[in-house]
Design a protein around this ligand. Sequence first.
Ligand SMILES: Cc1cc2nc3c(=O)[nH]c(=O)nc-3n(C[C@H](O)[C@H](O)[C@H](O)COP(=O)(O)O)c2cc1C
Length: 348
Amino acid sequence: MAQIDRKDSHLTLCLEEDVELTRGDGSGFAGLRFDHDALPEMDLDAVTTEAELLGRRLAAPLVIEAMTGGTSRAGELNRRLALAAQACRIGMALGSQRKMLEDPSTRSTYAVREVAPEMPLLLGNLGAVQLNYGVGALEIRHLIESVGCDAFLFHLNPLQEAIQPGGDTRFSALVPRLREVVPALGVPVLLKEVGSGIGRATARKIRDLPVAGVETSGVGGTSWAKVESLRTADPIQRSTGERFARWGIPTAESVSICRELLPGRVVIASGGIRDGIDAAKALALGADAVSLGLPLLRAAARSVEDTVLALRRVIDELRTAMFLTGCRTVADLRLRALVRARDLTAEG
Ligand SMILES: Cc1cc2nc3c(=O)[nH]c(=O)nc-3n(C[C@H](O)[C@H](O)[C@H](O)COP(=O)(O)O)c2cc1C
């Protein structure tokens, strides 16, 4: 199926269908709580959510996730997301720029710097597996330079490719390909999942690569197994997609693993982060920033104003969680322990 059809059908499904893991504590954050401090010994006004990420100063450690580009509807959504990111002084990632390689006329759907020149951080995006399908450093440098990205995300999506009709499933020898290509790109590179998380085995392989860091995209939010199972007409692929809807590493666990195994590298927490309390917990587990996808896409489908409101809500919740744990800065959150929430009504 052509990429244009794929991207547009992903947008329709993600905007209209139930593609999230809403039952239970998928992301692992609900089972954790902070030790609420009723005597924080500081003023709410003293809290600052400002943070630095990849050398850029942000009003809060927040990034809009890689989602879209390549069609006129996607271009409009990207422009709205960019205007909201600029208004809130946070970062934004573009969706896969693969379409730009196939059809250079789609560049304008990714060229968000032209509408939001003050946005502090812009990340480009491509599937790492494309390195096994003829794409090299030259083409990726062109993707980066022609839209003015500050950093680049390679997505790792073996589950999605396995379930989607005609998926790109040749994942052999990607580690040496990444080792060769990454240093030639001229900007910091991060590796991200798309909803199944980065676990120990993957983090160990990433440790030896010349990358700036990772974005977890763990289990708990948008499920690509669910999206692809809704899209395929093949009954076997559909049932495999449904079976694997919860496959992978919950986001909270993925953040702790990445923090432990990748000291000194950037860790962006994502996958089912839905409010500023989840964000505060992810930062306490060691993330440098957090990223939200689907809720912001749905807000952008309504308006720029709704997207700004959604972001302001998350930032205000983060600020409140910091006050209630006596944290003046985002870095202070790292010093706050999370405890497992206990069910005191349980017997035994
Ligand atoms: C409509 C849509 C399109 C997406 N397209 C991409 C993509 O092109 N590249 C990518 O790396 N991730 C893509 N993602 C995955 C997100 O970046 C993110 O990893 C995932 O949605 C989990 O976060 P969430 O639960 O906050 O949505 C997409 C997500 C959505 C909802």
